[in-house]
Design a protein around this ligand. Structure first.
Ligand SMILES: [Zn+2]
Length: 215
């Protein structure tokens, strides 16, 4: 199975066709960071987790799928401002717009993932606004948790992801709190091993990328 394939997709909003490179949803990445970033393939994969319609600028994971209220939101000055925001790298603008749209419709889980992927792009270029986007991702993950919108397979894994986003943001007390919550929620052996490594990084006040342990 390959991770990437080409596909022509019709926009759910304006019905224009655009050809995209797409990420195979069933592809399993061997090496991940603690926050779910594919370790060695992220530079290849990152551009393809978001799609922008070539005509109406609808940005989402798959433009064939309609997002409630998208037809109205994508015409607003706020949305178009994100698409055209020169302060961010090009790819981050698409993720920022997709995150804004998802958050507007209370889809906090997808809003968080889009914002986190925008953060990864900004990290790669040491962009000065990477902390701003990571904060948005963190806000959305916490809202998703509050509204019981799963963004990882288990509740323990969800707290582990939040712990990592907090740690990379320098919020070590919050990171410790969520890592301890992850430990209390019956983690699998693989999650437990990751929690232990996360705990060590938190106590060392490390804000570096952290690979998940191989079990
Ligand atoms: Zn469109």
């Amino acid at each position: 199975m390959t991770a990437l394939y080409r596909d022509q997709r019709q926009c759910a909003i304006c019905h224009t066709y655009t050809t995209f490179t797409c990420v195979n949803a069933k592809f399993v990445f061997d090496d991940l960071d603690m926050d779910g970033r594919p370790y060695d393939m992220s530079l290849i994969i990152l551009p393809y987790w978001v799609q922008q319609c070539s005509k109406c600028h609808y940005c989402t994971t798959d433009i064939r799928i309609n997002t409630p209220q998208a037809a109205e939101v994508i015409k607003t000055a706020a949305y178009l401002g994100l698409i055209n925001d020169q302060a961010f790298p090009y790819l981050s603008r698409e993720y920022n717009a997709a995150s804004y749209l998802a958050r507007f419709t209370n889809d906090y889980a997808n809003a968080a993932w889009h914002a986190l992927r925008a953060t990864w792009k900004c990290e790669d270029t040491h962009h000065p606004l990477r902390g701003v986007i990571r904060q948005q991702a963190l806000d959305c993950f916490l809202l998703a948790l509050q509204h019981q919108q799963p963004f990882a397979p288990t509740l323990s894994e969800q707290h582990l992801i939040i712990a990592d986003v907090c740690r990379r943001h320098g919020e070590f007390n919050s990171a410790r709190h969520h890592n301890q919550k992850a430990a209390q929620l019956h983690p699998t052996d693989a999650t437990h091993a990751a929690i232990n490594i996360q705990a060590r990084a938190i106590e060392e006040n490390s804000m570096q990328r952290l690979a998940r342990p191989q079990i």
